[in-house]
Write a protein that binds this ligand. Structure first.
Ligand SMILES: [Zn+2]
Length: 113
């Protein structure tokens, strides 16, 4: 079984990349972005006609070039025929001119229907 291509999938729909899937649910809890802010949560549901790109922007406003890409996680789940996954990703963006690493953590849970 070949895994879905991870290149040039922009503008491809979920049903084109993963013909067997009806729905992917992504729940993400971001660590608090700063001392003043609350932890933030996002719940995103991808259906067959959505674009098959699973990226979220970093919740820190000063973060440049960061974000979270769940596409490899979804690919691995599909390849291994898993319907549930959870874990943590760290942002690889940079903060301000000092170039410190953002490293904001996002705890995710993915459910595939
Ligand atoms: Zn970041």
């Amino acid at each position: 079984m070949s895994s879905p291509s991870t290149v040039c999938r922009n503008h491809l729909s979920l049903s084109q990349v993963y013909p067997d899937l009806r729905r992917i649910m992504l729940f993400v809890a971001f660590e608090e972005a700063g001392p003043e802010s609350e932890p933030s949560y996002q719940q995103i549901i991808f259906t067959a006609e959505n674009e098959a790109v699973f990226r979220l922007d970093c919740s820190r406003v000063e973060c440049a070039g960061g974000g979270f890409d769940f596409t490899p996680v979804v690919d691995a789940m599909v390849t291994n025929r898993e319907t549930r996954a959870h874990g943590t990703l760290s942002c690889s963006g940079l903060l301000g001119s000092g170039g410190a690493c953002c490293a904001l953590r996002a705890e995710y849970r993915i459910i595939i229907d």
